[in-house]
Design a protein around this ligand. Structure first.
Ligand SMILES: NC(=O)c1ccc[n+]([C@@H]2O[C@H](COP(=O)([O-])OP(=O)(O)OC[C@H]3O[C@@H](n4cnc5c(N)ncnc54)[C@H](OP(=O)(O)O)[C@@H]3O)[C@@H](O)[C@H]2O)c1
Length: 289
């Protein structure tokens, strides 16, 4: 699918637009001329983010709106989307994060798992479903029988960490990358290679603003899978590709998937299994088992 890169005058909803990557995406969209509506739970950060995004608009007619809502409530999401003065052309699902849910399954609470699903899975699935329903109803109203020559392009973009491709012990829920460092288990940090200072991590990983502009540019080019600026994310994706669409001609993804499956995972598997055993023995000693 090739899409138009122009965002001028487009209406874009951004979930999680009051923080981190959602705010950076909203700012980048506003700078490209889009009307942006952000959705999150807390009023204070929403109001602050709204004024910060407002500073990026390129035309006075652009509208920046903020809606306080818990996106894990399906009926509220549907109601809030339908109550907006204009229907969205695109939806960026960026809400997420769980600071409290890091840890081994044995240590975290069942309610932590529920929160994790609410704030990461339902907060993306419900807005996507609500908007799809609204779009479908709109199309049905306008349909005159014959299919339209130029169907209207609408886009839903799901954002997640590359950690979604990789289940690591102690990383039940991916959280805000730097914030999570203080609740992540030492084993998880060692396996991820993140057992270093925040300053070192910041020098290693791109900023939210950079990630945001890469995502928007790739969405504008009609890309389905976006693993920008990270060879590690690309390698993980190629090995978990399943029936997902491949990037470009697909040949690079096929070759990388083969390479990773045959040569990288066998080494990592042995290494990580040994690390898990050592950590388990150490924890057993500490907990007196
Ligand atoms: N930051 C980056 O550069 C980066 C890079 C790659 C991928 N990502 C991915 O982007 C996603 C967000 O990360 P982040 O770093 O931007 O996190 P963040 O700074 O903690 O922001 C999370 C946003 O989601 C909102 N939110 C969370 N649960 C919600 C709910 N139930 N209903 C409504 N809003 C909710 C939060 O607002 P309230 O708490 O007020 O609701 C906040 O606006 C994660 O999946 C992360 O893996 C981020």
């Amino acid at each position: 699918m090739k899409s138009s890169a122009s965002l001028r005058g487009k209406i874009v909803f951004v979930t999680g637009g009051s923080g981190g990557l959602g705010k950076a995406i909203s700012q980048a969209l506003a700078a490209k001329g889009a009307h942006v509506t952000i959705f999150a739970r807390r009023e204070g950060p929403l109001a602050d983010a709204k004024s910060e995004i407002q500073k990026f608009i390129s035309e006075p007619s652009q509208e920046i709106r903020a809606v306080a809502i818990d996106l894990s409530d399906a009926s509220k999401v549907d109601e809030a989307f339908r109550a907006q003065p204009r229907m969205a052309d695109a939806l960026y699902c960026v809400a997420g994060g769980n600071h409290a849910e890091n840890g081994f399954l044995v240590d975290i609470k069942a309610s932590d798992l529920e929160n994790c699903m609410r704030n990461n899975y339902y907060s993306a699935a419900f807005p996507a479903k609500a908007l799809l329903n609204i779009w479908t109803e709109d199309d049905a109203k306008k349909a005159s029988g014959a299919p339209r020559a130029n169907p209207r392009l609408r886009q839903i973009v799901f954002v997640s960490s590359a950690a979604a491709f990789l289940g690591l012990p102690g990383s039940i829920a991916y959280t805000r990358f730097y914030l999570e460092q203080d609740t992540k288990t030492p084993l998880t940090k060692r396996m991820q290679g993140t057992d270093c200072s925040i300053a070192e991590l910041e020098s290693r990983y791109p900023t939210s603003a950079k990630v945001a502009s890469q995502i928007i540019a790739a969405v504008g080019n009609g890309e389905f899978i976006i693993c920008k600026d990270s060879m590690a994310a690309s390698l993980l994706f190629t090995n978990m590709i399943g029936p997902s669409p491949k990037r470009g001609l697909g040949i690079a993804d096929s070759l990388l998937g083969w390479l990773v499956g045959w040569f990288v995972w066998p080494v990592l598997r042995r290494r990580w299994e040994a690390m898990c055993r050592e950590d388990g023995e150490e924890l057993g000693r500490v907990r007196g088992q």
